[in-house]
Ligand binder design. Structure first.
Ligand code: ATR
Length: 276
């Protein structure tokens, strides 16, 4: 019996139990995936108690992706570089931390657009928070070089680029510049919370000059079809929904815990129904 779960605060609306129950089913494994809501002031003793519970692994969500690092016995290189962990595996009594957010995003794009060579694309990332970090790191690992990062607070975009630097030729710009130069980009990734319920009418930048050959993705998944994606689609661009990233990062976590790689192509329709 697999024992899995999620820690965070709040976790009540999480879709992870649904996803991981499906993954267990598909992999022919029996087990449970529990939501474990931890109040910030209880974190330390709840984590100590978790160590006694003998879980096979768990996911970590807001606000604990950084804090959990202090409690690990080992951390994967990418997660260490990002300074954030969303997946913990118990191995021989030791906790090992990973981050599957960026790689999950990359996989969801490769799945939807298998013939697109991302590394030669001129990319625009909107936002400079934790989600943007993971995605930019994964894009850099995949060989992407030309990435502009636009953020409301440009200084945060500059900082993020400096930290992730590596082989990137990245530039920090403001949202106005991003909107004005939008026709120059082949691939645009919206990583902020703008447009999320309860403000689905908000759109982070204008897409009037968008190139119709562009791919536009939004990591917001509630609502599934954001105003940003609707505007992109109206311009003739190809679009990618946020819930696909969610599904693929879960697939990677599941693979870390069980060694089983589950094909989720036929899960998408059911997942969309759950989201509605
Ligand atoms: P996450 O970890 O989910 O990425 P985060 O670290 O809080 O979340 O980052 C939120 C991102 O959304 C940031 O890029 C933030 O811009 P600032 O750095 O300027 O704060 C962006 N963001 C949030 N609300 C926004 C808004 N109303 N307009 C523009 N950008 C916004």
């Amino acid at each position: 019996m697999l024992k899995l779960g999620l820690i965070g605060y709040p976790v009540g609306h999480s879709l992870s139990p649904w996803i991981h129950n499906q993954l267990m089913d598909k992999a022919g494994l029996k087990g449970s995936y529990e939501l474990m809501e931890i109040q910030p002031e209880d974190f330390d003793h709840r984590i100590q108690a978790l160590k006694e519970m003998n879980l096979d692994g768990f996911n970590v969500t807001i606000p604990y992706k950084e804090k959990i690092i202090n409690y690990l016995d080992e951390i994967d290189e990418a997660a260490e570089h990002l300074g954030a962990v969303n997946t913990v595996k118990l191995e021989n009594g030791r906790w090992i931390g990973y981050n599957t957010d960026g790689i999950g995003y990359l996989k969801s794009i490769q799945n939807r657009f298998p013939h697109v060579e991302l590394s030669t694309r001129k990319i625009l990332v909107l936002g400079s928070g934790g989600a943007a970090r993971g995605i930019i790191f994964a894009l850099a690992e995949a060989g992407c070089k030309e990435i502009d990062v636009a953020n409301r607070t440009v200084g945060k975009a500059e900082e993020l680029i400096k930290e992730l630097e590596a082989s990137l030729s990245a530039t920090a710009i403001d949202l106005e510049q991003a909107s004005q130069n939008i026709k120059d980009y082949d691939f645009i990734i919206q990583t902020t919370s703008v447009g999320m319920n309860p403000n689905p009418e908000n759109q982070i930048i204008k897409l009037e000059q968008l190139n119709e050959r562009a791919i536009v993705s939004d990591i917001v998944y509630r609502p599934m079809e954001t105003q940003f994606l609707r505007a992109a689609q109206a311009k003739g661009a190809s679009i990618q929904f946020g819930h696909e990233m969610l599904l693929h990062q879960a697939v990677y976590s599941f693979q870390i815990w069980t060694g089983k790689k589950v094909d989720v192509t036929d899960m998408l329709t059911d997942f969309e129904a759950v989201l509605k």
